[in-house]
Ligand binder design. Structure first.
Ligand code: ADP
Ligand code: MG
Length: 664
């Protein structure tokens, strides 16, 4: 039975079951839906002498004679192999006691694993599988995501016994749909992805990925169908907007405002994504919309991901004036002050406030800044909360995003939102000079010191909190920089600090009590510190291209020349990172990122099958899912005829963010 608890599965004791449960795997069905990340091909047995020419990361089966066994009890076991004068080490960290005794000098053994190299360039297998010797017929093996305390082999055995029960898996997809799209049944699809010798793997993966997409599109289409009426705003405020802004609007801002004004006048709730690169001027567009709403005596709610960004918005909007009354609501606002907020035109707060009863008299427009921290589900909950249930009116919704997702993809991903692009930068913006530092970051830190001497500020980004395995960590990098950059005042911020402490540091930076800030990617979102002119990114190869671009956007926010320094170890792959050096165009970088990584990465491991597709194949599958969802709901809005499909949709929504990009 597919909903049988895993503890009752052949080969899973209570301890294993508990470990699987920690990973969210409770039933046989959960385990079947736990898809391999990839497949390792162990069909070729390599001679040790052939390893020198193979790229790192190749899965190999090798055979050799044990030359030496080296044990650091409880820490490390090295087994050195030799064959025809060529060598290889097999290495285990924290090996189980007794493991070393299995291996003796002179023994003939075979190992299967992923090829790595020691710093000296010798071939190395870390935690290889012991293969039968002579090594033949290891075949192709599924590679599952790691479950702490459950070795891959055990997982394979468990999945095999789960598969025996898969015949009984009820199929959420209607048979007619399966036939039309040429998809296998759910049980066959599970067999297709888990069985290492499967011949129908591609279609099985496509079917399972489609299930996930269909569940998402059903949820989104449901939202579209439920949309009701919204308040109408028709005043003419264009002249006031122009008078209030200290600059002339760009053509892109102008046409975005046109579209938004048209929708605010339509009586149907706006559901729009305003996407524009960092610095493209989204705030001015929000200002225009808020002004129109305020003229009718209605209110705008503007939500930012952090308190600091909320404060930033309050200051900007207040500075623009035009009679807009702007208020700030935080977790610590007292009841007395909360009541006074009832009468503001624009209420600015953080995402955390979305769930609470908001002190708003006549909310009519909700604006969410930095979309990717805010899920589809939260979004619709917010709209329902703001809409007066009795009046049957829904608020207009405007979502702001600086994450440059290519248009084709945005349309399918944010299925419930219409899209407006701010594809033009305000004039006079200096682009950030970007440099690559391979092996030596001296020039980068010289630039930091020069900036500090000029009274400007700098950021240093590391990929990790605690470093290790060739990745710089902020915890150890910070004290080093304090010494190296003295007397500059060097601060530290990372995601493991409490939110209040993080904000305190960012405030110090803004108030110029710090010169340099060492940070992890917590800095990625929206921080506006105009005096910052230098950005140093350590181990730049460890970041996504779009992420590098986002980080770079934290500098170059004034009329001073700014620079960004991408530092790489000698051995790192500089090729990919070069794209960021060559262009400042976020969309071009995003396209390139997507082309290199494939859609699978973008949407997270859940949709690991996505790795199969190129962008257009993926988009086609999403579009099919979207069309099928529309058809299904048109005939049967509550899916009463398809309870299993309904259940799939509900469980998909409750699992949290629909897309990896939203998880932040
Ligand atoms: P983002 O899209 O990243 O939120 P902002 O709205 O914060 O960008 O705008 C970035 C900077 O550009 C702000 O300092 C803003 O005053 C300025 N700006 C916005 N629009 C224009 C424009 N049309 N001309 C000149 N400067 C502009
Ligand atoms: Mg912004």
């Amino acid at each position: 039975m597919i909903d049988q608890p895993l503890a009752r599965l052949k080969g899973a004791g209570p301890v294993t079951a508990a470990r699987l449960a920690e990973r969210g795997l409770h039933t046989v069905g959960d385990l079947l839906a736990f898809l391999p990340r990839g497949y390792d091909d162990y069909r070729t047995v390599y001679r040790l002498s052939a390893l020198a020419d193979l790229p790192e990361g190749t899965t190999v089966v090798v055979e050799g004679t044990i030359r030496r066994v080296h044990l650091f009890p409880r820490r490390l076991l090295d087994v050195h192999l030799e064959d025809d004068g060529a060598r290889l080490s097999a290495r285990w960290f924290r090996p189980p006691s007794g493991m070393a005794k299995v291996y003796a000098k002179g023994m003939r053994v075979a190992f299967a694993g992923t090829l790595r190299r020691t710093p000296e360039g010798e071939p190395l297998l870390v935690h290889p599988i012991r293969a039968p010797s002579p090594a033949i017929g290891m075949g192709v093996r599924p590679r599952y995501p790691q479950v702490t305390g459950v070795p891959g082999r055990r997982l394979e055995t468990l999945v095999a016994s789960a598969l025996e029960q898969a015949t009984e898996a009820p199929d959420p997809l209607p048979a007619e749909l399966l036939g039309r799209l040429g998809f296998p049944s759910l049980a066959d699809a599970f067999r297709g992805v888990h069985r290492p010798d499967s011949e129908d793997r591609a279609v099985a993966q496509r079917r399972l990925l489609f299930d996930d997409m269909l569940a998402i599109q059903l949820a989104l289409a449901g939202e579209r169908h439920r949309r009701g009426r919204a308040p109408v705003f028709t005043a003419d405020v264009r002249a006031d907007v122009r008078a209030a802004l200290p600059f002339a609007l760009t053509r892109a801002q102008d046409s975005a405002i046109d579209v938004i004004f048209e929708e605010l006048a339509s009586g149907r709730p706006m559901h729009r994504l305003l996407q524009g690169d960092v610095g493209s001027g989204k705030t001015a567009v929000v200002f225009a919309a808020a002004l129109l709403v305020a003229r009718a005596g209605a209110q705008t709610l503007l939500m930012a991901p952090t308190e600091l960004l909320a404060e930033q918005h309050v200051r900007t909007l207040q500075a623009l004036g035009a009679g807009l009354r702007v208020g700030l609501l935080t977790g610590s606002t007292r009841p007395e002050a909360r009541r006074r907020l009832m009468d503001v035109d624009v209420l600015v707060g953080t995402h955390a406030l979305a769930g609470e009863g908001l002190p708003l008299r006549a909310p009519a427009l909700a604006v969410i800044d930095e979309q990717h921290r805010f899920g589809v589900e939260q979004r619709s909950r917010l709209c329902r909360a703001l809409g007066g249930e009795s009046a049957g009116m829904l608020p207009h919704l405007l979502v702001l995003s600086a994450t440059p997702i290519p248009r084709t993809l945005a349309l399918t991903v944010y299925g419930d939102l219409d899209l407006t692009l701010l594809d033009e930068m305000p004039p006079g913006r200096r682009s950030v000079m970007t440099h690559l530092c391979v092996g030596d970051s001296g020039a980068a830190y010289a630039a930091v010191q020069a900036a500090v001497r000029r009274g400007e500020q700098a950021f240093v980004i590391c990929p990790a909190v605690a470093g290790g395995q060739g990745r710089a960590g902020v915890l150890s990098h910070h004290p080093k920089l304090v010494r190296r950059l003295a007397p500059a005042r060097v601060g530290l911020v990372h995601g493991q600090m409490p939110a209040a402490a993080q904000e305190a540091v960012l405030r110090k930076l803004r108030d110029r009590a710090l010169d340099v800030l060492v940070a992890t990617t917590v800095l990625e979102v929206g921080v506006d510190v105009p005096a910052a002119t230098v950005m140093v990114i350590e181990n730049a190869d460890r970041f996504g291209l779009a992420q590098l671009h986002q980080l770079r956007g934290r500098v170059g926010r004034s009329d001073k020349p700014s620079s960004c320094w991408l530092c790489l170890a000698e051995t790192a792959d500089a090729e990919r990172v070069k794209v960021v050096v060559q262009t400042n165009d976020g969309f071009q970088i995003a396209e390139e990122d997507l082309r290199r990584r494939g859609p699978g990465e973008l949407f997270g491991s859940r949709q690991s099958g996505a790795a199969l597709f190129d962008l257009s194949g993926y988009t086609r599958l999403v579009e099919t899912a979207r069309a099928e969802a529309e058809t299904l709901l048109a005939n049967d809005p509550e899916l009463t005829a398809h309870p299993a499909l309904r259940a799939l949709m509900v469980s998909r929504i409750s699992r949290g963010p629909l897309f990896a990009a939203e998880a932040g």
